[in-house]
Design a protein around this ligand. Structure first.
Ligand code: AMP
Length: 219
């Protein structure tokens, strides 16, 4: 199955995508992660994207479309993919349709995780990851069991995303409301859109998504 997880920053897309990867063997394609990897490797695409990402704005469509077009060809996509962070504009959504149709692939579901803005700010401003294994934590909601030590790998270094701060977050939320939210009616019109309450517990959100995927499998 091929699905899109949609929602503002901090809605829980990454967390749910990792769960779906494990459960269904689909591949998570997270454009934000791909860009951050390109920055770490000092690739030209990373250099171009970094300035834009640091401001919380969107990277140009053509660059992102190319990135996804290469990614969906990955052999690990045979059991399907989970798009996390793409599409973020209507032109990206339209380009995705064209690239899938030309490969005789289709989307099975588009799942929007809806979360109110005050919660998003609280979630984002406290999050950090292990610098070694990438395990995700939150100062308030999910601290490490032993302060300063990763639960998963024992590493003692952590990273906070430079764009996870209150100032940049304002621009990221504006980008979501103005450029990404218009995608929702696009998928509603195609009968693919499912809205899930992203304020519910992680487990409840998982269960809701599972039931949507079970339904989509049958149709
Ligand atoms: P994320 O990790 O999904 O929050 O993405 C981090 C940043 O990467 C965003 O704020 C954008 O600057 C950029 N980005 C990621 N995916 C896209 C996309 N599909 N279109 C444009 N910019 C993107």
């Amino acid at each position: 199955m091929n699905i899109i997880l949609l929602g503002p920053p901090g809605a829980g897309k990454g967390t749910q995508a990792r769960f779906l990867e494990e459960k269904y063997g689909m591949l998570q394609l997270a454009t934000g992660d791909m860009l951050r990897a390109a920055i770490r490797r000092a690739e030209p695409i990373g250099v171009e994207a970094k300035k834009i990402m640091d401001q919380g704005k969107l990277v140009p469509d053509q660059l992102m479309i190319k990135m996804i077009e290469v990614s969906i060809e990955h052999p690990a996509c045979t059991r399907g993919f989970i798009l996390d962070g793409f599409p973020r504009t209507v032109p990206q959504a339209e380009a995705l349709d064209v690239m899938l149709a030309s490969r005789h692939k289709k989307l099975d579901a588009v799942i929007e995780l809806s979360v109110d803005e005050a919660t998003l700010i609280e979630r984002i401003s406290g999050r950090f990851i292990c610098a070694k294994c990438g395990a995700g934590y939150h100062d308030k909601f999910m601290p490490t069991k032993v302060p300063g030590v990763c639960d998963e790998c024992g590493n003692k270094e952590f990273i906070r995303r430079p764009d996870d701060n209150a100032e940049v977050l304002k621009t990221r939320l504006k980008a979501f409301n103005e450029q990404t939210a218009p995608i929702l009616p696009y998928y509603k019109g195609k009968n693919l859109l499912h809205i899930v309450d992203g304020m519910a517990s992680m487990k409840e959100v998982q269960e809701k998504i599972e039931s949507i995927l079970e339904m989509a499998k049958k149709s």
